[in-house]
Design a protein around this ligand. Structure first.
Ligand code: NAP
Length: 229
């Protein structure tokens, strides 16, 4: 990661999707899409991040622990990165693994949601009704967080992309198809108006990883963006 934004941490989005671009099974039920090779890559990425971020719906649907599997990556165990949950309304359950005390956690919430977050879990308030990600990232940088790994889900990825708050995006394309109407796609969020320019990306690399493909995207350079549809 060579680019260093001045006013926020370096933001690396990472996710695993089916060959048809789905993040999960129907109705958002968790799909284990990473191969063992990809999992090793993800845990290395986690180990070298200061913080790992997910949206509240991922917490409610998947209950991820967001820890590092040190044994899998052959590194000595050490304190894991900060875990961040984007949770405007304070819906994180006190029983969620992400607040189990095994690593530090910070809930990114709003003025409206701050009073409802589980007791004893630190919060960072950014925004009135919906978490203002740009403001939260600036505040995190002020607290010494330099690298954030954004793991999803689709709503969070949509906001981070739409607001241009990312430096790299790795997508592991798994060798399977999920299909159907309700399986979420990798980028969710509000519908974009027709004829509004798509979000331009720049392909950094495409490599085979076991039976899948690892795509690495960056934001397009301004000149490239202008010449795109
Ligand atoms: N395959 C993978 O790599 C992977 C990784 C992670 C998740 N997933 C899947 O993704 C699915 C969950 O994704 P999701 O899109 O439903 O939810 P999500 O992105 O995990 O969380 C979205 C929620 O975050 C909150 N939020 C607050 N501020 C926001 C902002 N500025 N921008 C966007 N969201 C904001 C909103 O709830 P509030 O208004 O209540 O705050 C919103 O509904 C699950 O099915 C999970 O299995 C897959």
């Amino acid at each position: 990661m060579e680019r260093r934004p001045a006013d926020r941490p370096l933001i690396w989005i990472n996710c695993a999707v089916s060959a048809d671009g789905r993040l999960a099974y129907a109705e958002g039920r968790r799909a284990r899409l990473s191969s063992p090779e990809d999992l090793e890559r993800v845990h290395r990425l986690r180990a070298h991040s200061d913080a790992i971020l997910v949206g509240i719906r991922t917490v409610l649907l998947d209950d991820p622990g967001l820890g590092v599997d040190w044994e899998r990556i052959g590194e000595p165990e050490r304190p894991g990165p900060l875990r961040l949950v984007v949770d405007s309304q304070g819906r994180t359950p006190p029983s969620a693994r992400v607040v189990d005390g095994r690593a530090p956690t910070l809930l990114l919430t709003t003025r409206a949601g701050a009073a409802r977050t589980p007791p004893g879990v630190p919060t960072l308030v950014a925004g009135d009704r919906r978490v203002d990600l740009a403001e939260a990232f600036r505040a995190l940088r002020g607290r010494g967080v330099e690298r954030v790994l954004v793991e999803g889900g689709g709503e969070i990825i949509a906001s981070v992309l739409a607001e241009g708050l990312f430096d790299r995006w790795t997508v592991y394309l798994a060798p399977c198809v999920i299909g159907g109407r309700s399986a979420p796609t990798v980028v969710a969020g509000e519908d974009r108006p027709p004829r509004r320019p798509s979000l331009p990306l720049r392909l950094r690399s495409a490599e085979r990883l076991a039976e899948g493909v690892l795509l690495t995207w960056e934001p397009a350079l301004p000149a490239e963006a202008e010449s795109r549809p």
